[in-house]
Design a protein around this ligand. Structure first.
Ligand code: 1GP
Length: 262
């Protein structure tokens, strides 16, 4: 049976106290062993909060192996971020049970969920239903092609807000605003601010984030979790700066007013 491992409860508590989270995304198809070990060690050293594991197209059958390798080396919670219903494993701690609410592809709104539900119901994973909102990032990303959906236009904050509201009202427990891996233009601060002001569930933001300045700007705009994949994969040492940007934003200890440093 599915387990509550406290991941979501932790995220809700963090949101309540204004604490922000840094997530590193690993795509099992892009494994480079040496960089991987360096990345894991840096993630532990810098206090990365979660790892997301997944990709639009996992072709190398390395998911279990990758999860085992990470687990052996570090204690950071592992959350599946599956591109399809083949990317499931009991070796993770939790899973984003994604509904692609920015799109109109019924397979990704409910079809794949029906297929994976019996597996997930029996699994030890903590299941966190998440409204996934793909936003135009200036290039056609893998997720856009593979999902056969249109992203939300980058400047249509109102569409993003209405989509997010619908997701929250449907009972989804988190929202993920994603410009897609390798996006040229990440999600704008204006869209993040509009969405975070409209809903009260935790907001994940990712896609094309390459600098600590953009991390800080997204947090100021209201993102609760920041996901970085490509940039860290290319230069693992960037974790230090990204983590420092998140840390700068944490609430001042002992201050109940929610004041932040950032
Ligand atoms: C993609 O949000 C993630 O789904 C991360 O994107 O690889 O561009 O950081 P990047």
């Amino acid at each position: 049976m599915t387990h509550d491992k406290g991941i979501y409860a932790g995220l809700l508590a963090a949101k309540k106290h204004g604490e922000k989270k840094l997530v590193v995304l690993f795509d099992p198809d892009k494994l480079r062993l040496k960089k991987m070990e360096q990345t894991l060690d840096l993630a532990v050293e810098c206090g990365v909060d979660y790892f997301f594991i997944g990709g639009s197209l996992v072709v190398n059958n390395m998911l279990d192996g990758l999860l085992a390798q990470i687990r052996q080396r570090c204690p950071v919670p592992l959350i599946l971020f599956p591109g399809n219903s083949f990317q499931l494993s009991y070796r993770a701690d939790g899973i984003l049970f994604l509904s692609l609410i920015s799109g109109r592809n019924p397979e990704l709104l409910i079809g794949q969920h029906v297929i994976s539900a019996p597996f997930l119901k029996m699994s030890p994973l903590e299941i966190i239903s998440t409204g996934y909102m793909l936003v135009d990032g200036g290039v056609q990303t893998a997720v856009q092609y593979m999902s056969n959906t249109y992203p939300i236009p980058a400047h249509k904050d109102d569409i993003a807000v209405c989509t997010a509201l619908a997701g929250e009202l449907l009972g989804l427990r988190m929202l993920y605003l994603d410009a897609g891996s390798g996006a040229k233009t990440p999600v704008s601060e204006s869209m993040i601010e509009a969405v975070s002001g409209a809903v009260s569930i935790p907001l994940i933001v990712g896609g094309g984030i390459r600098t600590p300045e953009k991390v800080a700007a997204n947090l100021r705009a209201g993102a609760d979790l920041i996901v970085v994949g490509n940039a860290i994969e290319q230069d693992p040492v960037l974790i230090r700066e990204m983590a420092a940007a998140v840390k700068d934003f944490q609430p001042v200890l002992g201050n109940d007013s929610g004041t932040v440093n950032g």
